[in-house]
Design a protein around this ligand. Structure first.
Ligand code: ATP
Ligand code: MG
Length: 299
């Protein structure tokens, strides 16, 4: 099984084993072609990276996968099931979770309560709403729920802040809370929207280690949309590269590092193709340092 499809023609059989698959996606905004016949397949229990220079179409593809954008052409499959026209809420019920570039944490809830909420969204939908109406009921947990929530708290390195209000946390910790909450919904795939944006080097390393543990211990796939190329190459088993709406490369991190088209796209000139010994490791797609958020992604 190839991790990222090489070629997909519309008549090909759907990859029933893929956690999520985009086939021949084209998105136009007026005259601008934001994505042109792009295919991507994320196998189960794997980390796949999606990178590319500014304006390459990463966020647009993310929107197509999560259901915020409907492509003019192409299809999206979640666990082998066609969801191209389905709302984000339906995709969530089918096992798609996502984190947002802008933090989406609730004031007044602790870290643990955020993760309990994620759990109940999936496992006890009716109780969730009665809990939210009768304040305080959120504290009554089943043994199964407590064990799962405790496990996620440990896995994401949140034990020391489990009972702290989420709104007072440093950004790097808050991002890990979002990942834990997403995992609590028992997804088959989590889309991570530039999770390292705005983090310093230490926080980025902590997040990377947490995502590695998640991939090793949970039966879940992660699709990382990132500006931090070094982080993506370090974490992913496969990486797809977009440039001007076209998938210009896909493969293992080593294949991506050595791909002349990728180096040309990142370095912006023919020197890269001729091979100057310059590598894209440690660089970011927009040329900024990894310690600063780009603020360019989804609103
Ligand atoms: N809603 C929209 N209306 C019109 N054009 C859009 C819209 N969203 C994106 N675009 C354009 O589509 C192209 C792809 O944008 P997209 O945001 O997907 O790129 P990106 O790879 O996420 O870039 P960045 O790294 O800067 O976040 C760009 O040229 C962008 O200006
Ligand atoms: Mg973007």
């Amino acid at each position: 099984m190839s991790a990222v499809t090489t070629t997909t023609t519309p008549g090909d059989a759907v990859d029933q084993t893929a956690a999520i698959e985009a086939r021949n996606i084209t998105v136009r905004f007026g005259g601008l072609v934001a994505l042109s016949d792009v295919s991507l397949s994320v196998p189960p229990a794997s980390i796949v990276g999606l990178v590319g220079p500014n304006g390459a179409g990463k966020t647009t593809l993310f929107g197509v996968l999560s259901g915020l954008l409907r492509p003019q052409e192409g299809e999206v499959f979640l666990g082998g099931r066609k969801v191209t026209g389905s709302a984000p809420s339906k995709r969530a019920r089918l096992g798609l979770a996502r984190t947002f570039q802008q933090l989406e944490l609730f004031m007044g809830l602790t870290v643990r309560e955020h993760i309990v909420l994620g759990y109940r969204i999936r496992h006890q939908r009716n109780r969730l709403w009665s809990d939210l109406i009768t304040a305080g009921a959120l504290h009554r947990s089943s043994t199964e729920e407590r064990e799962r929530v405790d496990h996620l708290i440990d896995l994401l390195g949140l034990a020391s802040v489990a009972d702290s209000g989420a709104s007072v946390l440093p950004l790097g910790t808050a991002r890990r809370v979002e990942v834990a909450r997403a995992l609590a919904t028992a997804p088959s795939i989590v889309l991570l929207d530039e999770p390292s944006s705005g983090l310093d080097g230490h926080e980025t390393a902590q997040l990377g280690a947490a995502l590695r543990s998640v991939a090793d211990e949970e039966k879940v796939s992660l699709l990382l949309v990132e500006h931090d190329v070094a982080m993506v190459l370090g974490l992913s088993s496969h990486v797809a590269v977009l440039d001007f709406g076209v998938r210009i490369a896909q493969g293992t991190p080593d294949e991506i590092r050595n791909d002349p088209a990728v180096r040309a796209a990142y370095l912006g000139d023919d020197e890269a193709v001729e091979g100057t010994g310059t590598t894209i490791e440690g660089s970011t797609t927009d040329g900024s340092t990894t310690t600063e958020g780009t603020g360019t992604d989804e609103a």
